[in-house]
Design a protein around this ligand. Structure first.
Ligand SMILES: *Cc1c(COP(=O)(O)O)cnc(C)c1O
Length: 458
């Protein structure tokens, strides 16, 4: 027997972890670590999580960067000037990627994710609209924002910051915001229009250029100069690499700001988003707090104060490590895998493709519906069955007006290989064989759908 007992032989192991009070005395560190790790066994395997949009695979160097930066607070720009400089470089690189006319001078910052970035973009539009209304001597108490079927962060923005949200709903014939519908939704109190590049529910890109053109027409007719903020949470780091000719960004003069999630297709670890304005003048002065550091005058406009710096440094690593070619080839392979899964799924006979993984139309994802004549099982049953093999796949009903449509959706991300695609397909086949032998009573109601999927667009 060694001097030190095996951790699972310690008295403290019999007592286990506390889950309600902080005990007077602590326990052995290795034991605590292992007990917690044991509990985490019940978490799903993130690599098999095909519902999330966020990154689940990282190179070793990213792990090292996160470790190197674990003690750095990105807000301490005086103490960690190089991290601050790296954030600034990332903003310039992203502004250039999105074709800002002045990438080196424009406004932008890192955030905790697209949600915070969207709040900042929304607030800037609210402030700009209010300042203009004030200058014109007009009332400014009823701001509204016009969106397609948005991610929940925009509903939060509207409620938290007292803006009416006018959400264009999904219809079977129209997947959300488009140029034709716009004039029914905007008026002189519209602070901005928010198209999404990669809609959570459908995976589609909304037509930003056409929306801008429709707003040009509305301005010519009514005089309302309504800005556009693009929610590029996913697409902002996809389209520029794989569909460079798709015009959705600052090449359109009406697009004044864009947000994207570094931790989605920016390929960085969880905890970083970005918001960038087209030009410095598009960021309202009254949102900016000026802080002195390094003898300069530094603008800040984030909602959070303290935040880890590692994600930002990791983002900078990725931009340098991968280059545009690296991002492009990773995305190409993901679209390839999505389309491959789509083809194999169709061959099984039970399904119809809903989103086909075309890089011109949306993000690297694939989704399908079940043909009406299937009686043995529902997509929810399939989702449950796949879970037995570790796959986490969202099955959910579309938003109101299209609730009878239930889809299964896979979002493919960095680290998803063709071999995994085959593993997945084989497990779908295995599940269908099971349902053949063991039919399940089928119910696919909207209420059930909501119990299965929280619609938050993770
Ligand atoms: C994920 C997502 C968000 C929220 O982004 P977070 O980085 O998770 O805060 C906003 N909009 C869209 C379209 C998204 O896909």
């Amino acid at each position: 027997m060694s001097e030190k007992l095996d951790i699972y032989g310690l008295a403290a192991a019999r007592e286990g972890l506390s889950n309600n009070i902080i005990r007077e005395h602590g326990i052995d560190g290795d034991l605590t670590y292992n007990l917690i790790k044991d509990e985490l066994l019940l978490d799903g395997n993130s690599r098999q999580n095909l519902s999330t949009f966020c990154q689940t695979w990282m190179e070793d160097n990213i792990h090292k960067i996160m470790e190197d930066c674990i003690d750095k607070n990105m807000i301490d720009k005086d103490e960690y000037p190089m991290t601050a400089e790296i954030e600034k470089r990332c903003v310039e690189m992203i502004a250039d990627l999105w074709h800002s006319p002045e990438p080196a001078k424009t406004a932008g910052c890192s955030t905790t994710g697209s949600s915070e970035a969207a709040m900042l973009g929304g607030l800037a539009m609210k402030f700009n609209w209010r300042n203009k209304r004030k200058a014109e001597g007009k009332p400014y108490d009823k701001p509204n924002i016009v969106t397609g079927p948005v991610q929940v962060c925009w509903q939060k923005f509207a409620r938290y910051f007292d803006v009416e949200i006018r959400e264009v709903s999904i219809e079977a014939t129209r997947l959300g915001l488009d140029a034709d519908i716009l004039s029914q939704y905007v008026d002189e109190n519209t602070i901005g229009v928010v198209p999404t590049l990669g809609v959570t529910f459908t995976c589609h890109y909304e037509p930003v250029a056409e929306i801008c053109a429709a707003l040009d027409k509305i301005q010519a007719e009514k005089g309302w100069d309504i800005p556009v903020h693009v929610d590029g949470a996913s697409g902002g780091f996809i389209a520029p690499f794989i569909e460079p000719d798709l015009v959705w960004d600052f090449r359109l003069a009406r697009v004044k700001s864009v947000n994207a999630s570094g931790h989605k297709f920016g390929l960085a670890p969880l905890g970083v988003g970005w918001v960038v304005w087209r030009e410095w003048k598009d960021m309202p002065e009254d949102m900016i707090f000026w802080v002195n550091y390094l003898g300069g005058n530094m603008p800040t406009f984030a909602l959070n104060f303290s935040r880890p710096g590692g994600q930002i440094v990791a983002q900078y690593y990725l931009f340098n490590r991968l280059g545009k070619e690296g991002y492009r080839t990773i995305m190409q392979n993901l679209y390839g895998a999505a389309q491959y899964i789509g083809k194999e799924i169709v061959k099984l006979g039970d399904f119809e493709i809903f989103f086909d993984g075309d890089p011109k139309k949306g993000i690297p994802a694939i989704s399908w519906t079940q043909k009406a004549d299937q009686k043995n099982y529902s997509l929810y049953d399939l989702s449950d069955r796949l879970r037995m093999r570790g796959w986490q796949v969202a099955a959910y009903s579309m938003l109101p007006n299209m609730q009878e449509t239930v889809i299964m959706r896979l979002v493919l991300r960095h680290g998803f290989s063709m071999n995994m695609a085959d593993m997945f397909i084989n497990d779908v086949k295995r599940s269908l064989e099971y349902f053949e032998k063991h039919p399940v009573a089928v119910t696919q109601t909207a209420g059930e759908a909501n119990a299965h999927f929280d619609h938050s667009g993770r």
